[in-house]
Design a protein around this ligand. Structure first.
Ligand code: NAD
Ligand code: TYD
Length: 351
């Protein structure tokens, strides 16, 4: 079996669904179900014996040790994290608790489990740590894209906590020999993304007739990757990544935020025209910028292409239309997540 942490979140649930659909071995899915965890993402696996969901915290070392031993886990794919930059600005503590301390405890449990393995089981064990390009900091307009050897310069409590977790993971390889592989990926989009992040938020607000908030001048650049391509890259890194190595994953798809929002508006104009016939772009509203907002991220993904043969299958044009259609077809999912905690958060953040 493999242990997936955070498998009820956005990327984790896409990974679990695609892993099992592709004939991967059974999954133990450990998730604390914070506001970002949603079991509805995994509804299609109901009754599937290949998926065992465990509600719990990666920081609960006894629980993790028990799961690793009980299920003879041969690999950990570690997604669980607090993942939203804006939330990390309002309340950084949870980010340190989960991303730093939680990852540390997970590593300790993995070290103990791996230490008890022998022969081929020991050689085959992997700890795959899913991380972000944000650890590298912000690029100037002419700077080359982030490569694996780039200096770490995290600027938000989120990216700092992920950077700390990357360092711990690295140290467990160098100090204890734990067979870790780290992936640092650019911004993802696709099905099941919580509508606090730019793309699902804009789709949701557009349809609800609400403002589409653009931070600052909207010229911040992100390198967008369709979530299915990220999951495929993780599967490649798990299967063929060299222990101790880092692989950057990106979509070769740098876009300013304003262009992303205008593209979403144009697709919605086409797929679901406004009742009054007006363009969704009329709802674009400039709001106060995020403090310490990173200007540009871009990933140099040549290493994973060269060494592991991975390339994204979707372009931004195909992936973004697919994503809009998914949200249009799953308005019940959106209605479900936009109640409760999400509403409180939106009120506090955009008040
Ligand atoms: P998400 O916020 O949608 O999901 C995180 C999941 O982790 C949720 O299901 C949540 O309940 C769970 N979780 C949180 N704290 C936990 C804890 N202490 N114990 C167990 N489970 C816990 O995040 P996401 O966007 O799916 O990101 C997944 C991973 O990928 C993160 O590590 C993130 O840093 C990384 N990443 C995300 C992106 C992106 O664009 N979303 C890009 C690159 C890397
Ligand atoms: P986000 O989806 O929060 O991802 P990240 O901060 O990890 O890159 O934001 C993507 C970009 O969109 C980022 O530059 C911030 C910007 N943004 C807005 O302009 N308006 C919004 O309402 C949100 C949520 C983000």
């Amino acid at each position: 079996m493999i242990l997936v942490t955070g498998g009820a979140g956005f990327i984790g649930s896409n990974f679990v669904l695609e892993w099992l659909a592709g004939g991967g071995e059974p999954v133990v899915n450990l998730d604390k179900l914070t506001y970002a965890g949603n079991l509805a993402n995994l509804a299609s696996l109901e009754g599937d014996v290949r998926h065992r969901f465990v509600h719990g915290d990666i920081g609960d070392r006894d629980l993790v040790e028990r799961l690793l031993a009980e299920h003879g886990v041969r690999a950990i794919v570690h997604f669980a994290a607090e993942s939203h930059v804006d939330r990390s600005i309002h309340g950084p503590e949870d980010f340190v608790a989960t991303n730093v301390v939680g990852t540390f405890r997970l590593l300790e449990a993995a070290r103990k489990h791996w230490g008890g393995l022998t022969g081929r089981d020991r050689d085959a064990f992997r700890f795959l740590h899913v991380s972000t390009d944000e650890v590298y900091g912000s690029l100037g307009p002419q700077d080359p894209a982030f490569a694996e050897a780039n200096q770490y310069q995290p600027n938000s409590p989120y990216s700092a906590s992920k950077a700390a977790s990357d360092h711990l993971v690295r140290s467990y390889h160098h100090t204890y020999g734990l067979p870790v592989v780290t992936t640092n990926c650019s911004n993802n989009y696709g099905p099941f993304q919580f509508p606090e992040k730019l793309i699902p938020l804009v789709i949701h607000n557009a349809l609800a007739g609400k403002p589409l908030p653009i931070y600052g001048d909207g010229m911040q650049i992100r390198d967008w990757l369709y979530v299915g391509d990220h999951c495929a890259a993780i599967r490649r890194a798990l299967a063929a990544g060299v222990p101790g190595e880092v692989y950057n994953i990106g979509g070769n798809s740098e876009k300013p935020n304003l262009e992303v929002v205008q593209t979403l508006c144009a697709i919605l104009d086409d797929e679901r025209p406004r009742a009054d016939g007006g363009p969704y772009a009329d709802q674009i509203t400039y709001v106060t910028d995020r403090p310490g907002h990173d200007r540009r991220y871009a990933i140099d993904a040549r290493k994973i292409a060269r060494d592991l043969g991975w390339q994204p299958a979707e372009t931004f044009a195909t992936g973004i239309r697919r994503t809009v259609r998914w949200y249009l077809d799953h308005q019940d999912w959106v209605a479900n997540v936009t109640s409760g905690a999400y509403r409180e958060w939106v009120q506090k953040h955009y008040a």
